[in-house]
Design a protein around this ligand. Structure first.
Ligand SMILES: NC(=O)c1ccc[n+]([C@@H]2O[C@H](COP(=O)([O-])OP(=O)(O)OC[C@H]3O[C@@H](n4cnc5c(N)ncnc54)[C@H](OP(=O)(O)O)[C@@H]3O)[C@@H](O)[C@H]2O)c1
Length: 252
């Protein structure tokens, strides 16, 4: 079977995609639908219509109540879940690493780290029981360059990757795979806004420029990698984190 040609690789799989209304999340939703999965997408608002064919529910996943309501909807909609893509993320830019307000730190940690932790606490017991599942945590490739105005965002994503590895080790014996995927600069509403704020603080910041492969990423570039990580084509891969960034931020 060839992956990614609408071959039905994911037929019978039930998938949750957070932040599935636009940008990378919407591309992931479309990719999973193309491969035959049933998909539930979430976002706080309906400002962007979720891709056709997906179920959609509004949820603010920065709070415990929001993640509990979302997990209950997953249960009502599907009766369980096979694939979870923790994609919703982002942060309000600060003025410097020293002056980022406490509330913005909390917001960044809630959205980029704790939402996944809380949702996984509610959803992984069912995956363990069924003896299968695939979880993908969307991180960022730009973890290593220091970016003072996004210190809270980088810290939250670094924490997400560490947590992802620990969860992978715990769930591997139960057939549940957990990986992190780190996008580089990708053409989305959130990505453009982040780079605009980053560039406005420091002209030489690295917020502008072209990745070695000669172009910025498209949401579909990230969605293709997510598809690989949630399909059986990656059935011997867990506990990893890899970048999809046109070669911009080598980690090793
Ligand atoms: N684009 C890039 O260049 C880039 C680079 C590195 C990493 N990433 C990561 O990739 C992921 C997707 O980024 P993107 O650029 O596609 O973002 P985006 O264009 O800003 O879209 C974010 C999505 O998340 C939803 N969302 C935001 N806050 C939420 C909340 N509290 N509860 C529920 N849903 C929420 C948004 O809908 P609502 O606003 O309606 O809630 C939207 O559907 C993020 O984790 C980001 O950190 C992106």
């Amino acid at each position: 079977m060839t992956l990614g040609n609408g071959s039905g690789e994911l037929r019978g799989k039930r998938a949750l995609v957070t932040g599935g209304s636009r940008g990378i999340g919407a591309a992931v939703v479309r990719r999973l639908l193309e491969e035959g999965a049933e998909v539930l997408a979430t976002a706080r608002t309906t400002a962007y219509p979720a891709p056709e064919g997906a179920a959609f529910v509004t949820a603010d996943i920065r709070t415990e109540a929001g993640t509990q309501a979302l997990a209950a909807t997953v249960q009502e909609t599907f009766g369980g879940v096979d694939i979870v893509v923790h994609n919703a993320g982002g942060a309000r830019a600060g003025d410097s690493a020293v002056t980022i307000p406490d509330a913005d730190w909390q917001d960044a940690l809630d959205l980029n780290l704790l939402a996944a932790v809380r949702l996984n606490a509610l959803l992984t017991p069912g995956m363990r029981d069924q003896g299968s599942g695939a979880i993908v945590h969307i991180s960022t490739a730009a973890l290593l360059p220091p970016v003072p105005v996004f210190a809270h965002y980088q810290a939250a994503k670094a924490g997400l990757e560490s947590y992802s590895r620990a969860l992978a080790a715990e769930l591997a014996p139960f057939g549940v795979r957990v990986n992190a995927l780190a996008p580089g600069r990708t053409a989305t509403p959130g990505g453009e806004e982040t780079r605009r704020r980053w560039a406005s603080t420091d002209e030489d910041s690295g917020a502008t420029g072209t990745p070695p492969l000669g172009r910025e990423g498209l949401p579909g570039d990230i969605a293709n990698a997510v598809l690989f990580l949630v399909s059986d084509q990656s059935s011997w891969i867990t506990g990893t984190s890899f970048s999809v960034d046109g070669g911009e931020y080598p980690r090793n």
